[in-house]
Design a binder for this molecule. Sequence first.
Ligand code: SER
Length: 317
Amino acid sequence: MKKLLVTGSVGQIGSELTMYLRDKYGNDNVVATGHRTKPSEKLKNSGPFEFITVSDFKEVEDIVKKYDIGTIYHLAAVLSAVGESKPQICWDVNMNGLYNVLEVAREHKAAVFVPSSIAAFGPETPKDNTPQDTIQRATSMYGVTKVAGELLADYYYKRFDVDTRGVRYPGIISYETLPGGGTTDYAVEIFYEAIKNKKYTCFLKEDTKLDMMYMSDALKAAVDIMTADTSKLKHRNAFNLCAFNFTPKELAEKIKKFIPEFEISYEVDSVRQDIADSWPNSMDDSAAREEWGWSPEFDLDEMVKDMIEKLTEKLKG
Ligand code: SER
């Protein structure tokens, strides 16, 4: 079989997606790549791992040629909060990285998974039940790269017949690898702090509602869209996905059911608050449900229970 490539494999989603794909397709068939961060022993020892810079065309092409890659899961990206402190780097990694991946895919006939985000929406977007096709005037640099990335991926499909597909991820909650530099990161940090210190200071206001999802559903979505029957797809890229949504206050209440002493306080970071305020509360994911059978397995209560169990175990060890 042609091999699969994961970029950003040391990141929050990439690290788990690589292992998920290795379980499914065989360790040697999934090539993991990262930028500078050291990979975990598990990632490094379970299959091929290489360092590349996605904004360097030749480095992307060399890997695709060396391993005869047929599908690229392109996870490498700079997230929203870091994107505001380093907008030029965010543009370089997110846009030039995606452009290089798409160009290499065009030349070497590879399929590409392109993750977009709730960040592709903006303040003028309808906040509740956000439609699949709607106004997208993103105001963060990360969001700008996500809107442009969605359009570029659609363009490569229409113009060059590159098999691009993708989803709009909400905030992803997981216990393996910490997220780095995003606005939804609080929803992961809160679990670590609740278990370790029984208190957490949140950088978003208590009533900031955002769409979120548990990692196992995010992984399933990536593989399901890439293996979907293309004759049923009316959209290709940027399918809205929805699992559950909550505010920091609501999440803290759920955690208190398991850790009654837990206390949340707030010290608002205006940069991340502005970003969060420009994103939807809850996306309408009916296109994903109709076109490729998307359906999440974890609701909010199940996620909280599983996170606390798994993370408590992890932090003991
Ligand atoms: N989780 C991302 C962030 O907060 C959104 O895609 O930046």
